[in-house]
Design a protein around this ligand. Structure first.
Ligand SMILES: [Cu+2]
Length: 190
């Protein structure tokens, strides 16, 4: 193994004589690595003390007018902040929605006056609870594409984000298979 490595290194040295060229190769390799990570796995954004983790959405069936936006918001600061608004280019408007069970019926309603992001806290938007409601869609959300948007915080300001579009019905925890949709009977009523 060692001898194979060193002979490879000798071969590289023969191929790329100058150190500049070798650095160039290393930079290129790093760039490929970063692109691969960005496309395949989690992506995040930061503004002030606020960190946005892996914004994503689900592909929409033909004719759909609504979709969900999912992400995590972490506040690394010592003071609370507030998510006051969100925009997504493909949607006429985006609202912050929370879900609750009232008399055994799942309901969702808009969070009025912004959503508190506690100091040193993380708030999770996912298909089973708190979510961004993307309304008046101008077109379908297509799996494998990104949709661009922005999030505005009272203190941290506005950050631009891309939502990765996952499959229709994609689960936020793909490693855990618990027998299908979390809420198969739920109806999105708008
Ligand atoms: Cu909703």
């Amino acid at each position: 193994m060692l001898s194979r490595l060193s002979s490879a290194r000798v071969a590289l040295r023969r191929l790329f004589v100058s150190p500049e060229e070798r650095i160039g190769i290393a930079v290129l390799a790093m760039a490929f690595l970063l692109v691969g990570v960005d496309a395949a796995a989690a992506h995040e954004y930061k503004i002030g003390a606020i960190e946005i983790g892996h914004p994503w959405s689900r592909a929409t069936p033909p004719g759909a007018k609504v979709a969900g936006g999912y992400l995590t918001v972490t506040n690394d600061g010592d003071t609370p902040d507030k998510l006051v608004s969100a925009t997504v280019e493909i949607a006429g408007r985006a609202e912050i929605h929370e879900m609750s069970v009232e008399d055994g019926v799942m309901k969702m309603r808009q969070v009025e006056g912004g959503l508190d992001i506690p100091a040193h806290g993380t708030v999770t938007f996912d298909p089973n609870g708190l979510h961004l409601m993307l309304l008046d869609l101008k077109g379908p959300l297509v799996r494998g594409t990104n949709v661009h948007g922005s999030l505005t915080f009272e203190k941290a300001g506005t950050v631009e984000v891309d939502y990765v579009v996952d499959a229709i019905g994609a689960n936020p925890k793909p490693m855990k298979h618990d027998g299908g949709d979390a809420m198969p009977g739920m109806k999105m009523d708008h």
